[in-house]
Design a protein around this ligand. Structure first.
Ligand code: CP
Length: 306
């Protein structure tokens, strides 16, 4: 079961809670495939979203998930909102709650913003990414995709390769995957992957080939140019040469390894195009799974409000 009001991160979720969300995701997937409208029961609930950072996948899949549950999700377009007149975060929150909103989906550039919101509101808060901290629904959809292709996460070797330093996806995946028994390795340039990340229960290496050797899952991560305060590597072409994932490296991974990326992808930077488009790539199936995971999370949090 998952009895909490909010979904803020995977750091403190138990194995049972993670498995409950993943099982509910599988129910959502079946229902959508059967087109049975079995879960289109939530029209009486109000869900809103606020994205202080750009998004394509997360925002649209939350909207699609709401549609599939019979909910008309309303987005507060941050760039045209009264945030730009100086309204505070808590005042914004209180005004949204005053409209009888049940759930609020939030992406924000500052770590911990959604935790502050959850402490100051009776609404359920879903973290759609907070700074470099966590992106729980992305990691849940990654885990659901791994389960779909590999059946069981326990004992799998998962290589997460790229700009780990700025990655909330890497952090949420480290928490969730290790709780479910996977062996996770972080691989990347020494400016983007460091020894102190071992506190997340992962192995760390600056050798990309070593990271993906014997991997069941290879997850590439985007170079987050917008978060780089200093230059962490000389150029994109040199980054690709020394730290990118190339097709000829795949022979070191398990023969049936799947290739993942949360998107958006910098083609030819962190991953070569023939890796992105490889027949073992599940990058677009991850996006499809995002709808089912977000349906599951919204359904669970709304059921908890009954
Ligand atoms: N993976 C992900 O969070 O993508 P968006 O930034 O497009 O939502």
């Amino acid at each position: 079961m998952y009895n909490k009001k909010d979904l803020l991160g995977l750091k403190d979720l138990s194995k049972n809670e993670l498995e409950y969300i993943l099982q509910t995701t599988e129910e959502m997937e079946k229902s959508i495939e059967l087109k049975d409208n079995k879960y289109k029961l939530y029209a009486d609930y109000s869900v809103m979203s606020m994205f202080y950072e750009n998004s394509t996948r997360t925002k649209l899949s939350f909207v699609t998930a709401c549609n599939n549950l019979g909910i008309n999700c309303i987005d507060m377009n941050v760039s045209t909102s009264s945030v730009n007149k100086g309204e505070s975060l808590i005042d914004t929150l209180e005004n949204i709650e005053a409209m009888n909103t049940d759930l609020l989906i939030v992406r924000h550039s500052m770590t911990g913003t959604q935790h502050i919101m959850a402490q100051n509101s009776n609404m359920g808060i879903i973290n759609a990414g907070d700074g470099t901290n966590e992106h729980p629904t992305q990691a849940l959809l990654d885990m659901a995709t791994i389960r779909k292709y590999k059946k069981n996460i326990d004992g799998l070797k998962v290589a997460i390769v790229g700009d780990i330093l700025h990655s909330r996806v890497a952090r949420s995946n480290a928490y969730g995957l290790t709780t479910l028994g996977a062996n996770v390795t972080f691989g990347g340039a020494s400016t983007l992957v460091s020894e102190d990340m071992k506190c997340l229960g992962v192995r760390v290496t600056n050798d990309i080939t070593e990271a993906i050797t014997d991997a069941d899952v290879i997850m590439g991560l985007r170079v987050q140019n917008e978060r780089q305060k200093t230059s962490n590597f000389p150029s994109n072409s040199e980054y690709n040469k020394f730290f990118g994932i190339h097709k000829d490296m795949l022979k070191y991974a398990k023969e049936d390894a799947i290739i993942m990326h949360p998107g958006p992808v910098n083609r030819g930077v962190e991953m070569d195009i023939d890796v992105i488009e490889h027949n073992q790539s599940v990058i677009l199936p991850q996006v499809t799974m995002g709808v089912y995971v977000r349906m599951a999370v919204i359904k669970i949090l709304l059921d908890n409000r009954k």
